[in-house]
Design a protein around this ligand. Structure first.
Ligand code: GCO
Length: 490
């Protein structure tokens, strides 16, 4: 009993009803003694300056592919080939975000989000990939930046989210050539010179890993190639070189205070059982399995293991390249969806074993999206521990869901909420242990063009009716708004 005669249980009830269940007083059950600490979710809180946002990419949302002088990209070409996209769709219209960006900024604002990660379409800015710029194309991003800032939303811009100008594919073979890396740096410098008065955080390249494997190995993504191991290694190196040259161009031409990093879906290794030996093995595995990109960027050399394994298929490079590739960056962005490997310590030459996944391992509404929330703890922790990264953003996390519209018109996407809550609990574990994660961008703000899956896989907090372009919040939008409001897992 408290001194005013009310039991704490009664008081909790009163305060709870007054604040729609969001009481900040201790709500204790007299019967069980189970209590939340003062400040409802204090145990699950994020650092005070944590940045919450959502993410999209240009090709997936913009549409307007022929407007204001935009040139074709490899994804325009690819989507118009027969049989490449599951539902035979294209992204010619997508979310029509090019025309509806003001509405979409309002959706962000309704979430209470303070940041937004989007990408700039290279072929809008340089329709031919290099040479003569198209100021009208860049103007779209001027309008978008102004709208974001007017609404108190901080822009985080990605320069390359896979929409390579088709002209560079035709002329140089795209990323098979170092010329594309050089063209990328020129484009990066041009854009940052004009936008970094407002966009202070720049990501160079999104997910090198996927563009190499799905785009140049398996042929599932544009440009739809099936290169040899040697070819893929060279593409990966050229992308890393493009990243490094772009970092240098951004430093040279960006306004003071411009910060630059990359966004990668690192191969995420999780200890199968959290013992010191397994954790150590996991760190060895992380370095080796990311050797072709993150490791060389953050360490300035390819590991001996990588070069030995690649043998004659190793990429061709110069010593100068390694210095460029490893140009210092300000932050690392991690796209975290799933655990890639569960690792056990092993008495073998590598020092680790990758446990095979059982057929019954759970996944979301895509077979690749395994539910392993602990990936969200280990990915940033590895970046901080292995490479000493001081500033990390979770640049993507989210899931597709079936998102049926219920009889009352709502989308009760409980599976997405379950997924997000569990991943965010692991992120909170990381930040509470001091892993320097500065922000989180949920993929995605709105349902959009999910590459080879077309519009069949919905990742949005807002449902999009692609016939009418109407946007409707799903229950997960309310969930995320509450997370942002409380700055804690709810
Ligand atoms: C990615 C992507 C997004 C995808 C998302 C869901 O970088 O893979 O950035 O474009 O849509 O990951 O698959």
């Amino acid at each position: 009993m408290s001194s005013n005669g009310l039991s704490r249980r009664d008081f909790g009830k009163m305060a709870g009803s007054a604040a729609l269940g969001l009481s900040t007083v201790s709500a204790q059950s007299a019967d069980t003694g189970i209590a939340r600490p003062t400040g409802q979710n204090a145990m699950l809180a994020f650092p005070g300056d944590f940045r919450w946002g959502t993410a999209t990419s240009a090709f997936q949302v913009e549409g307007a592919v022929n407007e204001d002088g935009r040139g074709p990209s490899i994804w325009d070409r690819f989507t118009h080939l027969q049989g490449k996209i599951a539902d035979h769709s294209t992204a010619d219209v997508a979310d029509d975000h090019f025309h509806r960006y003001k509405d979409d900024v309002r959706l962000m604002k309704a979430l209470g989000a303070r940041t937004y990660r989007f990408s700039i379409a290279w072929p809008r800015v340089f329709p031919e990939g290099r040479g003569v710029p198209n100021p009208k194309g860049l103007d779209f991003y001027n309008r978008l930046l102004d709208e974001l800032l007017a609404n108190g939303i901080e822009p985080f811009a990605t320069l390359y989210h896979w929409d390579l100008p088709q002209a560079l594919q035709d002329r140089y073979g795209g990323w098979m050539s170092r010329d594309t890396a050089k063209a990328f740096a020129d484009y990066a410098g041009y854009v940052v010179e004009r936008l970094s008065d407002r966009a202070k955080h720049i990501f160079t390249i999104n997910e090198c890993s996927r563009l190499v494997h799905l785009g140049h190995g398996l042929g599932i993504d544009a440009p739809g190639l099936n290169l040899s191991e040697a070819g893929m290694n060279q593409v990966r190196h050229n992308v890393a070189l493009g990243h490094g040259l772009a970092v240098q161009a951004i430093r040279a031409r960006g306004r003071a205070g411009t910060r630059v990093g990359l966004a990668e879906n690192m191969v995420t290794c999780v200890p199968a059982i959290e013992t010191p030996a397994n954790i150590h093995a996991t760190e060895i595995a992380t370095r080796e399995l990311n050797a072709g990109y993150l490791t060389v960027i953050l360490e300035g050399k390819y590991t001996e293991g990588f070069l030995a394994q690649a043998g004659k298929d190793a990429p061709k490079y110069t010593a100068d390249d390694l210095g460029i590739v490893s140009s210092p960056i300000d932050f690392v962005g991690l796209n975290v969806y799933k655990p890639d490997h569960y690792v056990l310590a092993a008495d073998n030459a590598r020092g680790f074993t990758l446990a095979p996944f059982p057929a019954s391992f759970p996944h979301m509404d895509a077979s690749w999206l395994r539910v392993g929330p602990e990936a969200m703890y280990w990915a940033p922790r590895h970046a901080a521990r292995i490479w000493g990264v001081k500033s990390i953003y979770i640049t993507e996390n989210g899931t597709p869901a079936t998102d049926e519209v219920a009889a009352d018109g709502n989308v009760y996407d409980l599976d997405r909420i379950m997924y997000l809550r569990n991943y965010l609990l692991q992120l909170q574990r990381a930040t509470s242990e001091g892993v320097p994660v500065a922000g989180y961008f949920l993929w995605s703000l709105i349902d959009n063009f999910e590459w080879a899956d077309g519009y069949q896989k919905r990742f949005g907090l807002y449902r999009v009716d692609f016939d009418t372009q109407a946007r409707t919040p799903k229950l997960s939008a309310s969930f995320y708004r509450e997370i942002i409001k409380q700055n804690a897992v709810v």
